[in-house]
Design a binder for this molecule. Sequence first.
Ligand code: UTP
Length: 308
Amino acid sequence: MTQAGSNGVRTVVVPAAGMGTRFLPATKTVPKELLPVVDTPGIELIAEEAAQAGAQRLAVITAPRKQEIMEYFRNFPELEHTLEERGRTEQLNKVRHAAELIRPVAIEQDEPLGLGHAVGLAEGALEDDEEFFGVMLPDDLVLPVGVMERMAEVRAQYGGSVLCAFEVPEDEVSNYGVFDVEEPEEGCPADVRRVRGMVEKPEAEEAPSTFVATGRYLLDRAIFDALRRITPGKGGELQLTDAIELLITEGHPVHIVIHEGKRHDLGNPGGYIPACVDFGLSHPTYGPHLRRTLHRILAEHEVEDSQD
Ligand code: UTP
């Protein structure tokens, strides 16, 4: 089990109670968090990231019909015994890995009442003296891994809450939640800005910046009180960003860390397929063959396209 890191992130909350409608029909019976990137479910990649950030506890928000997510973190003695008997050590280690990474705690969200509602349920999972906690959305792979550690450093310097941002080209901002940020102060690290607010999917000309939100948050405990004071927004859902905005208007410091790297959105097939290709190409066993196969598939499609 991982010990608490020096940055003090003890709990990472993983909201995983959404309906996954963009991934139907697969998500009729398989939680999208268990869909594999090559051979490893997205939720295990998130658990690894949380453990690397020094967290001891993974507070997983689950839905009543998504029990398989917590089962994934349990030991499977029969399977392990069979693999052991057959000398399949590599597979045995893979099967045991999730249960050894971090301590999972299940919190049930009876109805999908929004990301804000899901995060609010995690209050009881924190210890009394835990002043802040991480949130990692399992749909979002943020690479290279390690941004939560940087966010904790920024919290140690500025206090309050810290969010992760990516810089995107101007013509792509309308797909995202965009941060309205202050000009960097003298001496402020190049990757940090103070947040004034957020605009959801603005037109490119109206976007306050090119810094867009991702699924990594380091939130002060004050967020729970803010979540109790906001009202449901569109679709009757409690929005996490509304609670963050409320904190900002009350003077609570909120900063972004601008992460240099890449991200994959596993929440829909359009983002999931490139993630599998990216991880597959880097995989020592499957990479070389996949590279050749992709070249062949692309060539075939080019021929087909030229005939259209
Ligand atoms: P999304 O809106 O991306 O996930 O929520 P979803 O609702 O599963 O997706 P679609 O739109 O139906 O395809 C972001 C994250 O918040 C969680 C989701 O599981 C996802 O990880 N979430 C969302 C909850 O835990 N509870 C909710 O009520 C809503």
